[in-house]
Write a protein that binds this ligand. Sequence first.
Ligand code: SF4
Length: 361
Amino acid sequence: MFSKHSATPASAEAPLSPYRRPFSTVYVEQAAISYPRTQRILSNLPEHEMILCRDYREIFNRTRQNPVLQKNTQALILAVSDRARVYEGAPVCQDFGNDRFYYSSDVMNCVFDCEYCYLQGMYPSGNIVVFVNLEDTFAELDSILRGEGDSAPENPAYVCISYDTDLLALEPKLGYVADWINYAENHPGLTLELRTKSASIHALRELSVSDRVILAITLSPDPVIRAMEHRTPTLSARLKFAAEAIKLGWKVRLCFDPMIAVHDAAAVYNAMFDEVTAALPMDRIHDASVGLFRISREYLKEMRRNRPCAVTCYPYELSDGVYRYPAAVGDPLTKLAVDRLSEVMPRERIFLWDDATQHED
Ligand code: SF4
């Protein structure tokens, strides 16, 4: 079924550590091999073993995988999607006041390893799939943006491009953020949201600043980062990144989402807001979003099976198929965030996510 070759001569291969380096194995669909984007990505992975396959689902959708263990040595899977990967946002997704709200999902899975991440409930694998036919997504967006008649202005559209992944964390390997910015530059109707926990100032400086892009930076208190956002940068690193982004001219959104009801949560989150407001020029923040952890019943069932831990095994309340904190636990946390942010920014620039089930990058 597979043909196989190594990009590195056998004699030059380093001895295997308990876990191989991420992306030391790259599966490539036969249909994807001729795409220039495939070749570009492979050239960014100088030492990898490449395995050709017929269909990415043979690897990604196998039964009896352990997505949590696979995160220790993630494989990359390059594939061609049989459809454009742009979707209308569900009514439960936060749209920041945008009527025409979409998301794209050209990459499935994430290099980070957050214990509360819904992707663990959604995908059967911890490996990362990258669809290399981004042009099909762009073509679909062309038709979404196209106004009535040749000379009509474009319809507006707001598109979250870092859904189901953290695209900026993958930028040195994929270059997809740069591709999106290039596309957006020729489409005045388009606003992109790039959500990230990455703090790579180097990757940011490689990109052209675009006023069509909202850089949405997720911030969490250090005790939450240490306990459950594995492999993500510290709060101070994320704040340095945010300060640099503002200096470079990016529109920066701060995302306090998901907030987690950890032990002594009020003190933990107050300390975080002290640090955030001391580190950043809050009058130059585009807007902020606040949301408590919430998760669909189906996803939590899988997550409890794959990763029983404090956040997955919490006794949430279930309503309308969504698990949430009881109001007595969650409401004070939301109020704390809104109160602290209202001290430093107008209330209308603070968006609340109190009835959504989807992305919490
Ligand atoms: S929550 Fe976001 S950053 Fe964390 S693993 Fe999931 S997609 Fe990645």
